[in-house]
Design a binder for this molecule. Sequence first.
Ligand code: CTP
Ligand code: ZN
Length: 151
Amino acid sequence: MSDEQELRVSKIRDGTVIDHVPGGQALKVLSILGIDGSGGETVSVAMNVPSDELGRKDIVKVEGRELSQAEVDVVSLIAPAATINIVREYDVVEKNRVVRPDRVTGVLTCPNANCITAGSEPVESAFDVLEDGVRCAYCDTILREGIAEHI
Ligand code: CTP
Ligand code: ZN
């Protein structure tokens, strides 16, 4: 990477860098993390920057926050090649590639109003991960597009 590209988004002191997100998907990652700007978080986003591996990639940097495993699991659905970098005092102290889980629980909401997970009794949602989407483990409703809208 040239120096000019390195400077596109400055380094962060403490927080999480989600790197190698497919070009154009950064806003979905923010949606998965529940970030819309109203919470006051410091967030930097670079979209469609050149990448050797992906052609174009997005980068999301969230300051002062580390992600839960449930959040990382959902990020993996839209960004299967993403790396999650934990930064402390400007150093990358941990770097993990996301792993597509077999199942995501408790994060996505089933859009089927008749699903047992949509009732008043608390039943945690569970979706099985497919090649091209996710399927509710209770009612078999399949989500392909717009997974981030069901968080
Ligand atoms: N980063 C950051 N702030 C820091 C340290 C790193 O924003 N204080 C960002 C870098 O800009 C990069 C990502 O975190 O986007 C990973 O950093 P690093 O591991 O140093 O970069 P690479 O070796 O290029 O990562 P990879 O091998 O995963 O491509
Ligand atoms: Zn369901």
